[in-house]
Design a protein around this ligand. Structure first.
Ligand code: SAM
Length: 325
């Protein structure tokens, strides 16, 4: 069996790497319009340092890597990093989460460099609302980016929509319908609390709403490495996934991932406070065994569940862009 077994019996096979904290959008649930203090370039891991960290993770049995951010495609020459990581022994799948605005430009190079999959974040089909949600973005760029990814041969392209009550929940059925018309694979994400932007909508409520289009059937056609549970509508080529950090009791017990921040901190939990520094050891060229021990130490400190569940409920005080969403 691949992976590292943590203290709660979970098999950790997946590393999510935030390659930059910078973003060309300011989605209201993620980053304030003025941005956040940026990590200086010298503090950010180089591609070589990321490569060494992934090598160590690969030797421990982590076999899937996802690149995220910030917006990963604004980091210079991301296909170069993809090319490097795709050569690393043990890494079977290398994927990307992007806002899609630059995909049209980079999709062919990413494919050629060895990227396996792409997820695109898209919260509305309305150009005005898109601007309201993202502050700077153009819907057209994202839609063209999705097409470009499909043309480049990425399959499936999954679309992530963060559902905000009173903001974009009126478009749930439009997104669900795209699983018929465009064969799209849509994932609805429960909004994690961020400075009272909007209320989240429980996935169970979304499922009920979508049932008005036809009965949702549990689906296993799409293999996912993440926390989504998948369904489909009869006759639809695409699937509908639900990512429910706030209401799905097994969300954390199924968690298989670790996260690496742009400045080289390994985080066992998206919303936890713990992190282990890999940057200094990487810059001090420590032996691979030492790096592997640090990764194992971080896995051993992975909490049973994130702090939004249970008695310690509190608002997210860090920006998703700094952790990698
Ligand atoms: N810039 C890339 C993108 O837009 O996909 C990657 C980084 S973004 C932080 C990764 C994912 O986190 C996106 O799908 C985004 O919608 C999601 N996300 C960010 N803030 C969130 C929040 N407060 N609740 C739920 N999802 C969130």
């Amino acid at each position: 069996m691949t992976g590292i077994i943590d203290s709660f019996g979970r098999n950790i096979t997946y590393l999510r790497i935030s390659v930059t904290d910078r973003c060309n959008l300011r989605c209201i649930y993620c980053m304030p319009p003025e941005g956040v203090p940026q990590i200086s370039h010298s503090e950010v891991l180089s591609y070589e340092e990321i490569g060494t960290a992934v090598q160590a993770a690969g030797q421990l049995g982590i076999n899937k890597v996802r690149l995220t951010g910030g917006e990963p495609l604004i980091r210079a020459d991301l296909p170069k990093l993809v090319g490097m990581l795709s050569q690393i022994e043990g890494i079977d799948e290398l994927s990307l989460t992007t806002n899609g605005t630059l995909l049209k430009k980079y999709a062919p190079d990413l494919k050629q460099a060895g990227l396996s999959r792409v997820n695109v974040s898209l919260d509305t089909f309305k150009a005005d609302k898109f601007r309201d949600i993202t502050h700077f973005g153009e819907l057209k760029d994202v839609l063209e980016g999705i097409d470009a990814a499909k043309e480049a041969g990425f399959h499936p392209v999954k679309i992530n929509m963060v559902v905000m009550r009173g903001i974009n929940d009126d478009e749930i059925l439009d997104f669900a319908r795209m699983t018929y018309e465009g064969g799209w694979h849509i994932r609805f994400i429960e909004l994690m609390p961020f400075k009272g932007v909007a209320e989240f909508t429980p996935s169970s409520e979304l499922r009920q709403h979508i049932n008005s289009l036809g009965e949702l059937q549990s689906s296993t056609s799409l293999t996912g490495n993440g926390p989504a549970t998948y369904y489909s509508l009869a006759g639809a080529k695409g699937t509908i996934g639900f990512i429910s950090p706030l209401t799905e009791p097994t969300f954390c017990s199924r968690c298989n991932r670790m996260r690496l921040t742009p400045d080289g901190k390994l985080r066992p939990c998206l919303l936890g406070e713990d992190e282990i520094d890999l940057r200094s050891p990487l810059r001090n060229n420590v032996p691979m065994d030492r790096l592997k021990r640090l990764i194992l130490q971080a896995v051993a400190s992975k909490p049973e569940h994130h702090p939004l569940i249970g008695d310690n409920f509190r608002l997210v005080n860090r920006k998703m862009s700094q952790i990698g969403g």
